[in-house]
Design a protein around this ligand. Structure first.
Ligand SMILES: Cc1ncc(COP(=O)(O)O)c(C=O)c1O
Length: 422
């Protein structure tokens, strides 16, 4: 029965029951963490062989490139080819950098700020006011990057097919709107795949700003945990088709394929952007870690081989996501307290509670020893106007711990709802 439909007496009895459950959880002294999308130990162990694919100086050669030395600023040709095959773009459009795509994203915006982009009239630091489109719920670290440069963050509601495009098309008519964040496949946190129509509409945007920057973070491009690999359109050629070749920078990394923090990241962009960016990047670094790039090429080989590895990740991740969605369906579904997406890939389950319950639920979780991503984190400035969205990151704990953590979560959500209805 839904809590709202209960009589005051029934609710009182339920409150007493759930409070007792909560106290029992607290007494267990749990220490569980579902805050960030970190792969679990089992996933890290899956790829241990990557540590030993290069043990000899003779392994450190790729064609005529000795990867132990400076050179190849934009990345090893074989690493460019690997990412190009995965992303469906051309190798010459790929810049392979260091260990983190977030750093490449930050750097791209920092360069727009200090120097301007290819089509900028002036560096963005000289602009009076910059506005930035943030589909939300979204990735907190994206929002922080643009917030840190002082841009005004504008929330774009997410729909089942991606960001609300009517709103985006309207807003880009303002020349102060300089860019937009996107996670087009298995969006963080909703796990939504942008529809083909949404992607087309994005590619053919006609922003008033000549240097509008489409940040296309394809972090979860091959990260299915259920079902077969889902193909996705190449945003670079689509933008080119609509005369927007230089509008987009796409990002990806092996953080959740091999080792987070010790993987390889890339961006992909038009050849004109590549030439422009290489000149700027050349000032800050002589070359990235090509030993790690080659290690990844030797280990991952090609797209087909990488997808085989992703199936192994899926076998570990799938049951964890099932534990989350099944517990939600069993414990809070019938009570009408929350809705959630049932993603087939990515790293998160996005739960939307009834308004006003997210913060209190997570405070109760903390009391019971379960740490989750803070409420509000999925919105610009960390403020969820409805106090409703909670990002669950199931990848780190083993299934048994996760099961417990989700039971605690559901108990806390019930208690928060009952307190509110009192
Ligand atoms: C959407 C998204 N982009 C980027 C990252 C970070 O990627 P990297 O490790 O390549 O910096 C994450 C990590 O959770 C993410 O969810």
């Amino acid at each position: 029965m839904k809590y709202r439909e209960m009589t005051a007496e029934q609710r009182k009895a339920e409150f007493e029951k759930v409070s007792a459950e909560f106290e029992a959880w607290k007494a267990k002294g749990l220490k569980l963490n579902m805050a960030r999308g970190r792969p679990g130990k089992e996933q890290l162990d899956l790829v241990s062989d990557i540590l030993s694919v290069m043990t000899d100086p003779a392994d450190c050669v790729d064609g005529d490139v000795n990867v132990r030395n400076y050179g190849q600023l934009s990345g090893l040709p074989s690493a460019k080819a690997l990412f190009a095959e995965i992303l469906g773009c051309k190798p010459e459009q790929v810049f392979v950098g260091g260990n983190a795509s977030l750093q490449l994203m930050y750097d791209t915006i920092a360069k727009a700020y200090t120097n301007g982009l290819l089509h900028s009239e002036k560096p963005w630091c000289r602009e009076e006011h910059i506005k930035w489109l943030c589909p939300a719920p979204g990735y907190d670290r994206h929002f922080k990057v643009t917030e840190s440069f002082g841009f005004e963050l504008i929330t774009i509601p997410m729909t089942e097919t991606g960001p609300n495009m009517d709103l985006v098309e309207q807003l880009v008519k303002d020349p102060a709107v300089k860019g937009m964040w996107n996670v087009p496949k298995y969006s963080n946190p909703d796990g939504i795949i942008y529809s083909d129509e949404t992607i087309e509409r994005i590619a053919r945007l006609k922003p008033a700003a000549p240097d509008f920057l489409l940040m296309w973070d394809n972090a979860y491009c091959i990260h299915e945990f259920e079902g077969e690999f889902v193909p996705f359109p190449d945003i670079l050629s689509l933008c080119e088709k609509y005369g927007n070749a230089d509008m987009v920078f796409e990002f990806a990394s092996t953080s959740k394929i091999t080792l987070p923090g010790a993987g390889v990241a890339c961006f992909a962009c038009s050849e004109a952007n590549m030439e422009y960016m290489e000149k700027l990047i050349n000032v800050q670094i002589i070359s990235y870690d090509k030993i790690n790039q080659l290690r990844h090429v030797k280990y991952l080989k090609d797209k087909a081989h990488t997808l085989e590895l992703m199936k192994k990740h899926a076998a570990i991740m799938g049951p964890k996501f099932k534990a989350v969605t099944e517990t939600l369906a069993r414990e809070v579904g019938p009570l009408g307290l929350a809705t959630w997406h049932d993603p087939k890939g990515g790293y998160f389950v996005s739960v939307n509670t009834l308004p006003g319950l997210a913060k209190r639920t997570l405070a109760l979780c903390k009391e019971a020893g379960v740490i989750m991503t803070s409420a509000g984190a999925t919105f610009p400035y960390g403020v969820d106007p409805k106090d409703s969205n909670i990002r669950v990151a199931p990848s780190l704990p083993p299934v048994e711990e996760l099961q417990q953590a989700m039971e605690v979560f559901c108990c806390c959500l019930k208690l928060a709802a009952l307190e509110q209805l009192k």
